[in-house]
Write a protein that binds this ligand. Structure first.
Ligand code: PHE
Length: 451
């Protein structure tokens, strides 16, 4: 721990960088997919509950731990003189973040491919090669499905784009926290909100907007099963960047007057807003274009459904390019935050220069991400193990540490900025961190695993 450790310079920078980490493919790509696969509105309902009851308090626990410990995911425990057992929690967090990084780089690469193809217009040109089987799909959906296969599965495209993403990460990470991450996030995240808002408006004009919205917004309570709950919990934690040591690491760059409670609330609400906006865009489109079968296979939703929407608009290529540019940036700020966990760890722990540790962390990804790009089984396994098992486990560990074992008064001091602000919510947050979160997360996890 050094005196002049880098800090975010402004409060806006804190929010923008943390939102930059939270808002990413998890909201735009993973959320609609999960909602689709888990019953629409039923999933949304559990997801929102998870964010409020568990997500926000766990986020405050991570912030407190990070700022008080002022180090990386393992170093914080060391600085707070925790017993060595706790290092395992930090270690698991780093492991989870690295597993997620492997496939996240690949999907970020897809967004880059879609950006190129929107600019060149290839995405919207008719397909001349053989069409895939797709009973009952309209020709346009078939075309976009075919394009998607070309762009994300065939040949070198997915690999090259993934490598470009890794290289950009290397560059930004070497430049460092303030210049690299903060500046990028400040400019581009607000733009993403605006364009999503515009697309929500467009989605409302689609012929079957009502039916789509009611699938997404009117819950069928009987659809809530243990599997839906674990998926919603996993999604909410993934989306808020919890359980990976990211917020611990980022909070160590927060200044002492940053309000942790307010930051957690703002970040979570903005993150949820983006996810909900995506649902409002995607589901009217799904119903209006009569998507079924393969086009509905969750993970591809964004890459087939949205181009269909863009094709309806005047200025198709412009909107498409703009959207995929912003999605790419949103994804990039998230990859950078995920990689930062490991980079911060290696830098702090082995006293390496930022350049060396960045290279050490990111070079293996050329191989590991290639594996994810080429094998959907490796991809899906890493995703579900990290998201549905490791993230909840780490979150339980962090709650137990912060709630029961951390130095006395740490939570209070962090939430109230050493008594400078009132901590009216402190008792509730403490109750949740100590009892509610560990028990509830464990229950959901267990029932999801056996159910
Ligand atoms: N929260 C980001 C998203 O929703 C992804 C992410 C996951 C970022 C894990 C950091 C850590 O896309």
């Amino acid at each position: 721990m050094s005196e002049n450790k880098a800090k975010f310079t402004t409060q806006l920078g804190v929010i923008a960088a943390t939102v930059g980490s939270a808002v990413g493919l998890g909201n735009v790509w993973r959320f609609p997919a999960e909602a689709q696969a888990n019953g629409g509105a039923a999933f949304l309902l559990v997801y929102v509950l998870c964010v409020f009851i568990l997500g926000i308090p766990v986020m405050m626990a991570e912030f407190s731990l990070g700022r008080a410990g002022n180090s990386d995911a393992i170093g914080v425990f060391k600085n707070l003189k925790a017993s060595r057992w706790w290092y395992a929690v930090g270690g698991t967090a780093i492991l989870a973040s690295y597993a997620i990084l492997c496939f996240y780089m690949v999907v970020t690469g897809w967004t880059l491919e879609y950006l190129w193809q929107s600019i060149s217009g290839t995405l919207y040109e008719p397909v001349t090669t053989a069409m895939p089987e797709g009973v009952g799909l309209n020709p346009q959906t078939l075309q976009f499905t075919q394009r998607m296969h070309e762009f994300i599965e065939v040949g070198m495209h997915p690999l090259i784009n993934t490598y470009i993403v890794i290289l950009i990460n290397v560059a930004v990470l070497i430049i460092g926290v303030q210049k690299g991450i903060e500046r990028l996030a400040n400019i581009l995240m607000p733009l993403l909100f605006l364009i999503l808002l515009a697309f929500c408006g467009v989605a409302m004009t689609l012929p079957e907007a009502k039916e789509g919205l009611s699938y997404f917004l009117k819950p069928d309570f009987s659809a809530i099963t243990p599997t839906v709950c674990i998926n919603a919990l996993g999604q909410s934690f993934f989306s808020l960047s919890l359980g990976m040591g990211i917020l611990v690491t980022y909070a160590s760059y927060y200044k002492s007057d940053t309000r942790l409670g307010r930051t957690a609330l703002t970040v979570s609400l903005l993150d949820m807003l983006v996810a909900v906006m995506m649902g409002v865009i995607i589901f009217p489109a799904v119903v209006s274009f009569g998507l079924t079968g393969e086009a509905l296979e969750g993970t591809t939703l964004v890459f087939v459904t949205l181009p269909e929407v863009f094709a309806q608009l005047p200025g198709t290529r412009f909107w498409s390019a703009l959207f995929f540019l912003l999605l790419f940036v949103a994804a990039l700020t998230s990859t950078i935050s995920i990689a930062e966990v490991s980079v911060a760890f290696v830098t702090d722990r082995f006293g390496m220069s930022r350049i060396k540790s960045t290279l050490l962390v990111l070079t293996p990804l050329f191989a590991l991400s290639s594996l994810c790009a080429k094998s959907s089984i490796v991809f899906a396994t890493l995703d579900s193990v990290a998201t549905n098992i490791l993230l909840p486990l780490v979150s339980i560990g962090i709650c137990i540490y912060v709630g029961w074992f951390a130095p006395k008064g740490m939570l209070k001091a962090e939430i109230t900025n050493n008594g400078n602000i009132k901590g009216r919510i402190l008792p509730v947050i403490r109750l949740i961190i100590r009892y509610v979160a560990p028990v509830l997360i464990a229950l959901v996890m267990i029932s999801g695993l056996i159910g």
